[in-house]
Design a protein around this ligand. Structure first.
Ligand code: PLP
Length: 231
């Protein structure tokens, strides 16, 4: 049996189990296939197996694949974005998960308005406060939102985090809980132009814990395609 198909079946089963454990509906959880470093042939296999949401973390790699992959696919940018690359992806991606500064959000808004569009974004949060990670500090988020709601070319659709790598995914539960609290708290404030629909968290190593804590989008690469080969 095909490896991608086999891995996907296992992941779908795990998503279902984790959702049910948390009293959630499995169909409410979006599986984002993370395709960085994966060739188009294997990506196409995944799409043909029904995974229509795909994530890349680099603009250049995304652009090289976007016109090759066939089918009704939505592309997501999940990696850090430099302001000078924003212009390439406006109108090409469904959601930018990795907005980590007001400055970047402003540029996305400006370029979107210029193209006559509104772009959906998530705000990346550095939930564990890691030096090496991008994202807003949770304490900066509210002040940032005050500014972001003024930008007419973006719609804030939720929050995203990349949790630390930990062999024991239980150790990330605390960060996922914190993300959920922020998400619920911001939602309750009912700000204009801020719409908390998606909580993007959980990767191969920890997606079941993330789902138990409320993830709406899980981003999985290795679990589908196997270990990445960076050349
Ligand atoms: C690579 C990547 C993933 C997927 O990681 P895996 O551990 O391979 O599932 C998810 N999110 C982001 C932002 C990534 O860069």
């Amino acid at each position: 049996m095909n490896v991608i198909r086999e891995n996907l079946e296992e992941i779908r089963q795990n998503i279902k189990t984790a959702a049910e454990k948390a009293g959630r509906r499995p169909e409410d959880i979006i599986l984002l296939g993370v395709t960085k470093t994966v060739d188009c042939e294997r990506i196409q296999q995944l799409v043909d197996l029904g995974v229509k949401e795909l994530g890349e973390n680099r603009v250049q790699e995304l652009m090289s694949k976007i016109d090759v992959i066939k089918g009704d696919v939505n592309w997501h940018l999940i990696g850090s974005l430099q302001t000078n690359k924003v212009k390439y992806i406006i109108g090409r991606v469904k959601l930018i998960h990795s907005v980590d500064s007001v400055h970047l959000a402003e540029e996305i808004s400006r370029r979107s308005l210029k193209a006559g569009l509104v772009t959906d974004i998530l705000l990346e949060v550095n939930a564990a406060g890691e030096e090496s990670k991008h994202g807003f500090d949770p304490s900066e988020l509210y002040e940032a939102l005050e500014k972001l709601r003024e930008f007419k070319g973006i719609r804030v659709k939720g929050l995203m985090t990349v949790a630390p790598y930990d062999e024991n995914p239980e150790n990330n539960r605390v960060y996922f809980k914190k993300m959920r609290e922020l998400f619920v708290d911001i939602k309750a404030k009912n700000c204009d132009n801020i719409d908390m629909t998606f909580l993007s968290m959980g990767m191969t190593n920890d997606y079941t814990v993330a789902i138990e804590e409320g993830a709406d989008i899980v981003r999985i690469g290795t679990g589908i395609f196997g270990a990445r080969n960076y050349n």
